[in-house]
Design a protein. Structure first.
Lengths: 236, 365
């Protein structure tokens, strides 16, 4: 009896996984810089020597930018709640609802649509699992802006290229994320690059468009790795 | 007007405290419920929560991840105690609260900018109430030497934890102790050479019977770890030995002037002391079990009571073999059972090794 019950729990868990983050398709379609815009990114060694030449002090105003970022997070969350009232939203619906928080025609639109298609949370075998949207928002809420990664031109497939700006984010995680940031296969060397320089695979960052309000242009694999890691954790 | 009065009060307190040798922060003994304004401190409100008994990872000045644990000063798992705490490393500016009246955490600094108190608040029944926090203490040169963490302000001076540091004339940390008594009880000593380089860390937090000594090489890395363990034959005595780099094998600690005291309980059983090549003991050391790689150094049979007994003339050669190739000499009592013999540190050597006043780099032998 017990064995049968265990097996059904396990089966339920496995079924959940199939349409969770683990499908992977969601992530891969969205991540900026997987194919495009690699050329403008400096090699790690170049940037490192540049970083050494520069003064380590942050010219970047972290305090002001963190306040702007925090405002954006709460607006982004508000827009998600608005989106809940729309059945089967189209990209146009999303661009209208998220007009203040994401860049129209950017990868962020696809990202929001796919997040809204996923369940907010689920339970299996009495265990509550947080869906990707809840994970993303919780990670964003515990993040602060650590630095400026400089301009970044993103070319979403089939759309016009967009001038965005990389913002490095420090994510607390309460100690849970340390193994991830120590994983040399994901973050080759966890450190904050010099102000205004973009380096891949060293620090989580998001791509924003500056303007009257801050708007998200794309998420990155450096950021998505955190969500994936937390999702894998809750599935044990 | 009010601010001027505050400043005047601050100035008076500033003038008084250096005489007590505590810098400008109030001594740890001061009740935590005393208001920070009465201590002449300036508040910096944070939106950040620092719950007691929880670890946060905060943004450092250089973008690094700063572990903000429940202890402000704590012994690092390995290596030197840095002369700064996580409170110095954090870039507090990003955590500033727009609304000071609802701040979950408030930093209180003295006129020189030294962090004197960290106050925690929680909301209970719609009211913001104090939830304890930290006090920090500095020496006359302004170097951090102690902290205490406090429970809620209801029990105004209930300390949850504290730690004190001793420093030498150059400000380098020489000891850490948790009780802050005149003579340190259960301390951790940091032994340094004349240039200040770390030589040994003597960890006595588990008492003399559980002492652990880390010896550091000139490259600043751990060269050897020594551990005391209670002596089976003599209670209240300890035998100390160098911990082997890997823990694949059962350890047999052997007194420096004696052979191994090993009782197999099987009379007339063959035993062998063998040496294995260096490349066989890496990782899980499985290749070292192959008899084909063994060089037999000594062999014999257990005596009538089943004990491995070395002849008196074999004892020096036995210890010489352990010294020559540490970690590569094994005592087999059957093809499937072996021990890693280790020469114990003599009582005099161990005393020198655990003496914080001994700065000889060869104190542990």
């Amino acid at each position: 009896m017990v064995a049968m019950a265990m097996a059904s729990v396990r089966l339920a868990l496995r079924r959940r996984r199939l349409h969770g983050l683990r499908s992977g398709a969601l992530a891969l379609a969205l991540l900026a810089g997987l194919d495009a815009a690699q050329a403008q990114v400096q090699t790690s060694a170049q940037a490192q020597s540049q970083a050494q030449r520069q003064v380590p002090a942050q010219a970047f105003d972290r305090q002001a930018q963190t306040q702007r970022f925090a405002r954006w997070v709460s607006d982004f969350q508000r827009d998600f709640r608005k989106l809940d009232g729309v059945r089967n939203p189209t990209d146009a619906d999303i661009e209208r609802i998220f007009a203040d928080t994401i860049v129209p025609g950017s990868r962020a639109v696809t990202f929001v649509r796919q997040m809204s298609e996923q369940p907010e949370g689920s339970t299996a075998g009495g265990i509550a699992f947080a869906g990707p949207r809840r994970l993303v928002l919780s990670v964003l809420r515990q993040a602060v802006v650590a630095g400026d990664g400089g301009p970044y031109t993103d070319a979403p497939p089939g759309k016009a290229p967009q001038q965005l700006r990389a913002w490095y984010l420090h994510i607390d995680g309460g100690g849970m994320l340390e193994p991830l940031f120590a994983d040399r296969e994901i973050y080759t060397d966890y450190r904050l690059p010099a102000t205004g320089t973009l380096e891949r695979e060293v620090y989580p960052f998001l791509l924003f468009q500056e303007g009257p309000t801050l708007r998200l242009g794309a998420i990155t694999r450096e950021f998505w790795a955190v969500i994936q890691y937390l999702d894998n954790k809750q599935h044990g | 007007m009010n601010r001027l009065r505050c400043r005047a009060l601050g100035a008076v307190l500033l003038a008084a405290w250096p005489m007590l040798g505590w810098g400008a922060c109030a001594p740890l003994e001061t009740p935590f419920s005393q208001s920070a304004a009465a201590e002449g401190l300036r508040a910096q409100a944070l939106s950040l929560e620092l719950p007691p008994n929880e670890t946060r990872l905060l943004l450092g000045q250089q973008g690094e991840r700063v572990v903000a644990g429940p202890a402000l000063i704590d012994v690092a798992q390995e290596g030197d105690l840095l002369p700064r705490t996580w409170t110095d490393a954090v870039d507090w500016s990003v955590y500033g609260a727009a609304d000071a009246a609802h701040a979950a955490t408030v930093l209180q600094r003295d006129a020189d900018g030294r962090l004197c108190r960290i106050e925690r608040f929680r909301v209970a029944l719609g009211q913001r109430v104090s939830d304890g926090g930290f006090r920090l203490a500095y020496d006359a040169q302004g170097r951090l030497i102690a902290y205490a963490s406090y429970d809620t302000a209801r029990r105004s001076n209930a300390r949850l934890a504290q730690a004190c540091l001793s420093r030498d004339a150059q400000g380098r940390i020489t000891a850490f102790h948790g009780e802050c008594a005149e003579t340190p009880r259960l301390p951790v000593y940091y032994v340094r050479d004349a240039q200040g380089a770390l030589e040994r860390i003597i960890d006595l937090r588990a008492g003399a019977l559980g002492a652990v000594v880390h010896r550091y090489g000139a490259d600043g890395k751990v060269a050897a770890v020594y551990r005391a363990r209670p002596d089976d034959s003599q209670p209240d005595h300890v035998t100390a030995h160098a911990v082997p780099p890997n823990d694949n094998d059962r350890v047999l600690v052997v007194a420096p002037d004696a052979g191994p005291a090993l009782d197999t309980e099987i009379p007339d059983e063959p035993w062998q002391l063998v040496r294995v090549p260096a490349d066989t003991v890496e990782g899980d050391a499985l290749p070292s079990w192959d008899p084909a790689v063994h060089t037999v150094l000594m062999q014999g049979r257990t005596d009538a009571t089943g004990k491995v007994a070395l002849a008196a003339e074999q004892v020096p050669a036995f210890h010489q073999a352990l010294r020559d190739t540490p970690g590569r000499v094994f005592l087999y009592i059957s093809p499937m059972a072996r021990y890693l013999p280790l020469t114990a540190l003599g009582p005099d050597v161990w005393r020198a090794c655990t003496d914080p006043g001994n700065t000889d780099p060869k104190a542990c032998g």
